[in-house]
Ligand binder design. Sequence first.
Ligand code: HPA
Length: 247
Amino acid sequence: MTSIAIIGGTGLTKLTDLSIVRREVHVSRYGEPSAPLIRGTLGGVEVLFLPRHGAGHTIPPHKVNYRANISVLHDAGIQKVVAINAVGGIANTMKPQTIVIPDQIIDYTWSRSHTFFDEGLEGVTHIDFTEPYCEELRLEILKAAADSNIDIIGSATYAATQGPRFETSAEVDRLEKDGCHIVGMTGMPEAALARELGMCYASVAVVANKAAGRGEGEITLKDIESNLKGGMGKVKQIIESLIQSVS
Ligand code: HPA
């Protein structure tokens, strides 16, 4: 049984080397996920792939049905989820095209459906989220990157912002003061929802741009696209190596 899923982000709506076995339409009690699940094999190993923003990249970060996405992966028997996230680099070391495996999150999002534990409860439920990412999977990703000779940064705090606009430079100053190194719009509530369902979840973040006020001039989609193109090649190599070792 397939046990690992990849949630693709901006710049990764397809896994090109995936041999597609079938597309599966799932519906959850939380509504429809972003797209049908793509079941395929990568290097001979079965994986599920779900493009977070939809197959045609049409769903903005604040409109993603995170509960439906995580719920259908859970129902499909997935135990490990590798989330791909495009981010802005706040710290100087987080240069465009760098791959970062975050180990902490600060959540600045609002009004997203962020929990499975809000109705039909027998009692109020709280989950531990001290370490928001699954350390076992993080270490497997770090090893997969090392095995592929790809330089990555293995620790960072991810600021999850609401979007879809980018931040102001003052907001980025505040994020930096808070201790954040990278900023993206899709890290939450996805990570917390996976934890609520007991799934092992980690993120592979790709720096698409310098965060607002950290680079020269405006953030442009053209720069983001070209940096993501460079970064996603490395992400695919890491995933291919990872899949072989965790299957
Ligand atoms: N801010 C928030 N989300 C992002 C950024 C950014 O600068 N770049 C890519 N996703």
